[in-house]
Design a protein around this ligand. Structure first.
Ligand code: G6P
Length: 374
């Protein structure tokens, strides 16, 4: 594999733009489509001896740090829906600080791009001692997490050099959506949903190619936001993770304060921050929570919020409340895969903001690609 920037200026830029290809590699050989009458499904070789145990577990616990944690959060709703198993979320350091309960009947899923993050590894040690079945999701064959877990899935996104994780994030979500399909099994009641997801996965690289065309638009938006002190990102449901991840990108590379906010919590604090100066991105693509997000937009508009609305293609005029509201229109996909699409404009925004503000995109100050020392 060639590790160079090709015709790109930075690794982060290259890694954002190669997502149609990295996602294709992640899915290669793993999706099964046996013709329209037979069920569509997934094949995850690394799990085959453990699927039964996973299906019988009392709880699935996702454990990770940073972007990897956010990817797991994006996949949580579909895993809950298809498996019916309660899914809890743990930031590795917090689980260790609390010495939180992990049981023999748990399946603990460790998500890590590098497979070497110290906190995640220590949490793995802890879960192994407590007798949980441990599953690794990493991008690095032979990494400590890949070796020490009982079974796992490689995301196969290719080497990621930029400190800010981009293509690994989208591949992690796709792998966890496939994990949900694998655990969920093939019941009649969820057949149509499963088929829609498998079809959606097949088409995802094309949709990502489409959303990448927003590059110039995101550069223009970055130009507008270049001197801001802060940026809020509101999301909910599948796209709560997108809000957290978009904000994480902006703060880690563009060195601008940014906060991902669960839109359902807006009135419990964040609303006090809203005025005509603070820019706010609201993710309002079509899903079961769309009307709730429309009402969030109305409430922010009523308080003169400076809105940038991310919506499904064709929705801009109906979703944007006023002249001053900017829109980012993205292609619509199956709701549980929408986080893969929606994060891309935010990755591009963070990238352009960083370059325009004159900071180091691939090596942000004080951060490391892999935090192997506690
Ligand atoms: C560091 C990196 C982040 C990454 C996190 C978890 O903080 O700067 O980009 O998300 O570690 O890394 P992992 O390799 O475990 O996914």
């Amino acid at each position: 594999e060639q590790i160079n920037k090709g015709h790109y200026e930075h690794y982060m830029q290259k890694e954002i733009h190669e997502q149609p290809e990295s996602l294709t590699t992640t899915m290669r050989g793993r999706l099964i489509r046996r013709g329209s009458s037979k069920s569509k499904s997934v094949l995850l070789g690394g799990l085959k001896d453990h699927l039964k145990t996973i299906r019988r577990s009392r709880r699935i616990v996702f454990i990770g740090c940073g972007t990897s944690y956010n990817a797991a959060l994006a996949a949580r709703p579909i895993l809950e829906e298809l498996s019916g198993i309660p899914v809890s979320m743990e930031i590795a350091s917090d689980l260790l600080d609390r010495q939180g309960p992990i049981y023999r009947e748990d399946t603990a899923v460790f998500v890590s791009q590098s497979g070497e993050t110290a906190d995640t590894l220590l949490a793995l040690q802890y879960a192994l001692e407590n007798g949980a079945l441990c599953v690794g999701i990493t991008n690095t064959v032979g990494s400590a997490i890949a070796r020490k877990t009982h079974c796992g899935i490689h995301i196969n996104a290719g080497a990621e050099i930029g400190v800010a994780s981009t293509k690994a994030y989208t591949s992690q979500i796709v792998v966890m959506a496939m994990l949900a399909l694998a655990i969920g099994g093939d019941t009649i009641s969820n057949q149509a949903r499963r088929e829609a997801i498998v079809d959606g996965l097949y088409d995802l690289p094309n949709k990502v190619r489409e959303v990448l065309k927003l590059d110039q638009e995101m550069k223009d938006l970055a130009q507008l936001l270049i001197a801001e002190q802060s940026l809020l990102v509101f999301g909910r449901s599948y796209n709560y993770a997108t809000a957290l991840e978009g904000a994480l990108k902006v703060k880690e590379v563009a060195l601008m304060h940014s906060e991902g906010i669960l839109a359902g919590e807006m009135k419990h604090g964040p609303l006090a921050l809203v005025d005509e100066n603070l820019p706010i991105v609201v993710i309002a693509t079509r899903d079961a929570c769309f009307s709730k997000q429309q009402s969030v937009i109305q409430q922010l508009h009523a308080r003169k919020g400076r809105l940038i609305v991310m919506c499904s293609k064709g929705d801009a005029t109906s979703v944007c409340p006023g002249e001053s509201c900017r829109s980012i229109e993205v292609p619509q996909v199956e709701d549980c895969l929408q986080p893969v699409i929606n994060v891309v404009p935010l990755q591009l925004l963070a990238y352009h903001l960083t370059v325009l503000r004159g900071f180091n995109v691939d090596q942000p100050r004080n951060l490391a690609k892999s935090t192997v020392i506690k």
